[in-house]
Structure formats: C-alpha cells, structure tokens
Design a protein around this ligand. Structure first.
Ligand code: SAM
Length: 282
C-alpha cells in the first residue's frame, strides 16, 4: 500500500524542503497537530494534483450542480468572475463555456498548472491564471469583478480567524460595489455534532474514491482519500460551522446573505452535505 503521508517534522525547513523535493504530501510525525493555513501548499502537490480529477469526477459533478451557479450569476447580471479557488479548473472551465469573463486564481501553482491543461483539453480554452493566496489577493490580482466564487470546500483551509477575516475582506474589496461572493463549505455541524453518517462523501466525489474522516475535533477535520490504486492522501481542514461562517460574512460587510443546503433553499440543517453561501455587497 502506497502511503504518501511522509514522516518528516511538520513546519520545519527540512519538512518544506522534502515536500518540494519529493513532490509529496508531508504531515510530519504528528499529522493531527498540523493546523496551519500555509500548509495547503504542501497538501495540493504531486500525486494528489494528478488524482484530484478522479476525486471530483467532472461529469458527475456537472450533473449534481446543474445550473445552480450559472443561474445565481446570471440573475445578478454578472459578467466578470474571479474563481479564487480554481483547483484543477472545473468551475473556471464551466464558466468560460457559459460565456463568463473568468480569471482563475489559486495559491497552489501545481493545481493551477493542471487547471491550465484541463482548460485546453476541455474545449481549447486558454485560462487566465494567477497564482495568488487569498490573504494577499488584491496585491496579486488586478481589477474589480462582478462575482467571486470560492467553491469545493476550499475556505476550510484557513486555520485562524484572523486569516479568515483577512481573506473575506480581500474578497469583499475585489468585488464591484454590488458584487456577489459565492462560497461553499462542507456541513461540518453535522460532522461535529455526530449527525453525519460516514456514508456522506463529498457531493462531487468520484465513485471509485473514498473520502472519510480520519480525525475530527473542534479544531480539525482530517480526511483520508483512498484511490482505486490504494494510494492514500490526506487533507487537514478547519471544521467551519455554518452560523460562524455566516457571521464572518456579515462582519466583513456583506449585506444580504442566503445559505443553500445542497443547492436547495429549504432544508433541515443536519441533512445537506454542503452549504452554499451567496453573499451580496448591497
Ligand atoms: N474549487 C476547486 C474544486 O472545487 O475542485 C478546488 C478545491 S480544493 C478543495 C481547494 C483549493 O483551494 C486548492 O486548489 C488550494 O490550493 C486552494 N487554496 C487553499 N487555501 C488557499 C489560500 N489561502 N489561498 C489561495 N488558494 C488556496
């Protein structure tokens, strides 16, 4: 069994060097102690980048999402979109196909490189990619946008409240005066409160890939992803509660906020796998 969770000391220079040199995930001797916003650049590397598209299964995901995001954007006359968590490019490519003027940003150069290739492979699109961390978004991405999307449970990678507030403030500043932010998150309330069954997987998970919690406490949701070739990868994430997230969005200035559960506006809180917040500036 190929296990990619390396055993160097987390957070050390040697650890960083190994991650880059080996192109593999490095969590160190105490993986559940890795609760660090900067660590995502050492998680989305090498093999996981290669396998991410098996994990998310583009066609199944298109079916599940339907026209939810494009309708949210069209109903607000959105033309320009900044995808701040491009990953391997699923939403950026869909938006380009739907005619939106799209810029694709991400803090992981390896994910962006894959997105660029996917853009070309799925319809000959040339993605406009920018390597940018959300905390310094306005330094690295220029101009204003009608909409920002941050999808696929990405915001969960921020481990401190300061980083979350900073990132949301950067998103807010990047939007035109009446712009909209669409940001989603896994239903961590259900997980933390024991209301989530293990059969709950990512709504975009490919059939051959299992995604299960490896460790959960109030400050960490560590997930294990197992692929058909039996390789395993891990992501350490902060378990955002829904109402905490809504509070943060209001605090940074978003005036109107609607939270959908698995794309529906009416739901029992424990049921959805994902919440999707649609936050308007005005
Ligand atoms: N949106 C894509 C999807 O749904 O398939 C990718 C989701 S993936 C779970 C999260 C992405 O967020 C990764 O590509 C990662 O590099 C990016 N990311 C995480 N933290 C970030 C940060 N602080 N700044 C910029 N990008 C970040």
């Amino acid at each position: 069994r190929e296990v990619r969770d390396m055993t160097a000391d987390a957070g050390t220079t040697r650890d960083e060097r190994e991650s880059v040199m080996l192109d593999q995930q490095v969590f160190g001797d105490n993986p559940t102690e890795v609760r660090d916003t900067d660590h995502y650049t050492r998680e989305y590397v090498g093999g996981l980048v290669e396998k991410w598209d098996d994990l998310i299964d583009w066609s199944k995901r298109s079916e599940t999402e339907g026209r939810f995001f494009t309708e949210q954007l069209r109903s607000r006359s959105v033309r320009t979109v900044l995808d701040v968590a491009t990953g391997t490019g699923f939403h950026s490519v869909r938006l380009l196909e739907e005619g939106f003027d799209t810029v694709s940003a991400d803090g992981s150069p390896q994910m962006l490189a894959r997105a660029f290739r996917n853009g070309f492979d799925y319809g000959g699109h040339v993605l406009r990619v920018v390597n940018a961390d959300w905390r310094w978004l306005n330094r690295d991405v220029h101009g204003e946008f009608d909409a920002i999307i941050c999808l696929g449970n990405s915001f969960t990678h921020l481990f401190s409240e300061h980083d979350r507030r900073k990132a949301l403030a950067e998103f807010y500043a990047k939007l035109r005066y009446n712009g909209v932010l669409i940001i989603d998150q896994r239903n961590y309330d259900a997980l933390l409160d024991g209301a989530s069954s293990n059969s709950h997987t990512y709504y975009y998970c490919g059939a051959q890939v299992s995604a299960e919690p490896d460790h959960v406490d109030q400050g960490l949701a560590r997930y294990k992803y197992t692929f058909p070739d039996e390789s395993e990868y891990f992501l350490n994430m902060y378990p955002l509660r829904k109402n905490y997230m809504r509070g943060l969005l209001r605090d940074v200035g978003f005036q109107r906020l609607e939270t959908f559960g698995d794309f529906q506006s009416s739901y029992a809180d424990s049921e959805p796998d994902f919440f999707i917040h649609v936050a308007e500036k005005l």
